[in-house]
Design a protein around this ligand. Structure first.
Ligand code: HEC
Length: 159
């Protein structure tokens, strides 16, 4: 059983990273995909001040592309005429939650893969602490079941 779950999760991660996510949505079939019982609750004890700082930093630096509430572009799955992808939602409805905090942080520091996207890198512009603050705010937007799936299967996945 656990082998099957691992295979499914890595399939999901591969799909996420290939930019061809198809019909996968973050919330709808999460329990089935992860073979998880949604009864277990993981509580987010985020510091409200850190969340407020993250929100302000996000709105100043990121909202121009990702939207004021990180809702992204409606057609984020469809490549643009130039073959590049529009900014995805970061609010738990796309696949930002398929990545660990470390992976998200590195992505934000370095930007999108060369030639593929338009996500700029923020190294030297935002401080480490500021990126941490933004990530806490982003995670605070994720629906409970998305956060729980991320926490148990992605952030704390067996190494
Ligand atoms: C100029 C537009 C633009 C700005 C500004 C921008 N992004 Fe992005 N972002 C993108 C695009 C486009 C992508 C999709 C990947 C790519 O094409 O590089 C993306 C992808 C991402 C992802 C990966 C999402 C996933 O589903 O894996 C994260 C996380 C992210 N951005 C965070 C941020 C944060 C935090 C900021 C502000 C500090 C920011 N972005 C500012 C355009 C932008």
């Amino acid at each position: 059983m656990s082998v099957r779950i691992t295979a499914l999760v890595s399939l999901l991660l591969t799909a996420a990273c290939s930019e061809q996510t198809g019909p996968l949505t973050a919330g709808s079939t999460l329990d089935q995909i992860l073979g998880r019982n949604s009864a277990e609750q993981i509580v987010r004890n985020f510091d409200p001040e850190q969340m407020a700082r993250g929100q302000a930093l996000f709105r100043k630096n990121c909202a121009v592309c990702h939207g004021r509430n990180a809702e992204g572009t409606p057609d984020w799955r469809k490549p643009l005429e130039n073959g590049r992808y529009p900014p995805p939602p970061l609010n738990g409805t796309a696949h930002a939650w398929h990545h660990s905090t470390e992976e998200l942080k590195n992505f934000i520091l370095n930007g999108g893969p060369p030639g593929e996207g338009r996500m700029p890198g923020w190294a030297g512009i935002l401080k480490d602490q500021e990126i941490d603050d933004i990530l806490v705010w982003i995670k605070s937007l994720w629906p409970d079941e998305v956060y729980q799936g991320w926490y148990t299967r992605i952030e704390n996945r067996p190494k």
